[in-house]
Design a binder for this molecule. Sequence first.
Ligand SMILES: Cc1cc2nc3c(=O)[nH]c(=O)nc-3n(C[C@H](O)[C@H](O)[C@H](O)COP(=O)(O)OP(=O)(O)OC[C@H]3O[C@@H](n4cnc5c(N)ncnc54)[C@H](O)[C@@H]3O)c2cc1C
Length: 334
Amino acid sequence: MKKSDYQNMWVYIEHDGRTAAPVGLELCCELRKLCDQTGDRLFAVVLGELPESELDKVKDCGIDGIIRVSGTGYEYFNTDAWAKAFTVLSRKYNPSAIFVGGTIDGRDFAPRFAVQLETGCTSDAMELGWDAETGDIQFIEPAVGGKIMAVITVPALRPQVGTIRPGTFPCAPVGAKQEIERIEERIDFDPEKIRCRHLGFIPDESDPELDIANADCIVCVGNGLKDSEHLERYRTLAKLLGGKLGCTRPLYDRGILPYKLQIGQSGVMVKPKLYISFGVSGAVNHTAGVDADVFVAVGKNPEAQIFNYCDYGIVGDMDEVCDEMIAQIKALRQ
Ligand SMILES: Cc1cc2nc3c(=O)[nH]c(=O)nc-3n(C[C@H](O)[C@H](O)[C@H](O)COP(=O)(O)OP(=O)(O)OC[C@H]3O[C@@H](n4cnc5c(N)ncnc54)[C@H](O)[C@@H]3O)c2cc1C
């Protein structure tokens, strides 16, 4: 088959049987724009049961159609049934591209069906583009330790598979189309052949302090931090500003802060009104995850990349500047 024989783009709608995860909606909204450029039709793919009210939210994102898959094997997420379903569907309908949220589940099954389809899978793109000459999607993401933005394409194979992290694109629904095609498919997977067993479900301990994706103000601590004993002042500053603490990857690697607070390409995407970084050098792997109205950077190296990103830069010792900010805020509030 030629590349041009593959048409339309698909988005996998991840859900827990009750609610559609935001990432599927975000991807539909972003891909609506791309499909308008390429002339492809946009389909949402739903495996297992999901209430109509949730499907309405998906429709609001401007899709042209829904593919609903029922059958055995979809009672709980498992890579075997999910990968098979996408392999079977893709062989039948030949989509040009399939997008999957870069969640724990998505990152598990997307590369598997890509291998079964003998095609390429890219992960963690931060931007999407399209080359009108070749018809290839451009997956744009930081590479070489964050020194360059690489444009990755799947030049010969189809479908083009990509996983995209939650929060990478905004969810801005354009409204439902008047006519939405509905395709019902039955694909059975023998539950006996599922190689993992569902033992139970323990929800994540929900500590609101660790939920920083929608925080209005973030105080981000970087590798310039000497040790965990120096951390408390940054918590204090975050609290005074009504914000939350975040960090760069080295702080998670050093065991100082939990992964949920890591901001960037392989962490959380944040869009605060105010972002203040302390002791952060400005690798694109980190800054690509920050979309702030006002970005303030504090660091001791005036040549650091971070000063090319920020609106306001302060060159100095991070602890001293933080203490001074705390003192000034307290003085203003007296
Ligand atoms: C595939 C991939 C994905 C990645 N994903 C992420 C990600 O999601 N998030 C992320 O953060 N990183 C990520 N990284 C790592 C990233 O490339 C950088 O290594 C990391 O962001 C650097 O963190 P940093 O700026 O805190 O540390 P450093 O680069 O070590 O910078 C520390 C800064 O602090 C300054 N400093 C030191 N002491 C002081 C002081 N006393 N006062 C003031 N300033 C001081 C230094 O001058 C320096 O500028 C990823 C890398 C790869 C390869």
